[in-house]
Design a binder for this molecule. Structure first.
Ligand code: PBG
Length: 323
């Protein structure tokens, strides 16, 4: 049988496959999320996120050192505060675990890039991402509060501010507030395209941030929409976002691919808690090969166009890549 092209020729063995491989996953692609809590010497596994821990600041610093040693360039800090109130004021308290962790990690491992998640849901008594007026999250009042959070994290030593609240106009507000305090070199990674997703379930247990009433559909996006995603991206680019994020990852790679094709700034993807939990649960049952599935998943995120991958799998993937 004569055939001009036989694609199988280039799949004959690992070396030939390596030579034509289009996407190479790298440890430098990763950002690792860390959850900090009050107290000292705390290290408690998060039940729905095996191998992820609630850590007090001292233990978060130890973990950050290990992350840097693995060659992972960045961590993202989430926190559980000591107190919650109507407006989420512990979110900009310099004595809160997040600000203390940012500060301590920056001193211990200065080269590690620190991303601060800016939102209010972990800090408000009602669990919504902004301040409420008559059970409605008031957009413009929330902007002032988010700006305070961003500035407090920059003061603590964050390199990148990552607003995850989905209020309108927050990138412009945060950029202005940072510049006003002379944090001109602190970048903004916008959760520009954040869907109202069931995949955040385990995170909300981990961060104790589930809304006490209603849901987040008045501010996070409808999973059915992609034109709207492009509108959010355009607004955030215009407002000064340095990096654009799409979240969640696995079921949204068409969005990642479209955003990558249409913009000239780096694209990040957030491989969220529910995606992680599904893989860990199936692997614990022996139903899938964890290493294989994780590497395949992360490689496909990069293939879709992600320049940066925020993932709870980062330490394992780094170990496997470092071989
Ligand atoms: C805060 C925030 C959430 C996540 C990141 N920042 C939860 C939410 O919006 O409900 C989700 C992260 C994950 O699921 O891993 N707004």
């Amino acid at each position: 049988m004569k055939m001009k092209l036989r694609p199988r020729r280039l799949r004959l063995n690992e070396n030939i496959r390596v030579m034509i491989r289009e996407t190479i996953l790298d440890v430098k692609d990763f950002v690792y999320p860390i959850f900090v809590v009050p107290g000292s010497n705390v290290r408690e596994e998060i039940p729905s996120m095996p191998d992820c821990y609630h850590l007090s600041v001292d233990n978060a610093v130890e973990l950050a050192k290990k992350i840097a040693d693995l060659g992972i360039p960045a961590v993202e800090i989430f926190g559980l505060p000591e107190y919650k109130d109507e407006i989420g004021s512990s979110a900009w308290d310099m004595n809160s675990p997040v600000q203390r962790a940012i500060n301590a990690i920056k001193s211990a491992v200065p080269e590690l890039i620190i991303v601060g998640d800016v939102c209010l849901c972990q800090y408000t008594s009602h669990g919504h991402c902004g301040c409420l007026v008559d059970h409605y999250v008031d957009n413009d009042r929330t902007l002032e509060l988010l700006s305070k959070v961003a500035v407090s994290q920059a003061e603590a030593g964050a390199d990148i501010i990552a607003p995850s609240d989905m209020m309108d106009g927050r990138i412009a507000a945060i950029r202005a507030a940072l510049d006003d305090k002379n944090f001109i070199n602190v970048s903004i990674m916008s959760y520009a395209v954040k869907y109202a997703s069931g995949f955040y379930g385990p995170f909300r247990d981990a961060a104790d941030s589930a809304p006490q009433f209603g849901d987040r559909k008045q501010y996070q996006m409808d999973p059915a929409n992609i034109r709207e995603a492009m509108k959010e991206v355009a607004l955030d680019l215009d407002e000064g976002a340095d990096i654009i994020m799409v979240k969640p990852a696995m079921a949204y790679l068409d969005v990642v691919s479209k955003v990558r094709a249409e913009i000239d700034r780096p694209v990040a993807v957030y491989n969220v808690s529910g995606e992680y939990a599904m893989i860990k649960a199936a692997a614990a049952n022996g139903w899938i090969d964890e290493r294989r599935i994780v590497m395949e998943t992360l490689t496909c995120m990069k293939r879709a166009g992600a320049d940066i991958i925020i993932t709870y799998h980062a330490p394992d993937a780094a170990r496997w890549l470092n071989g």
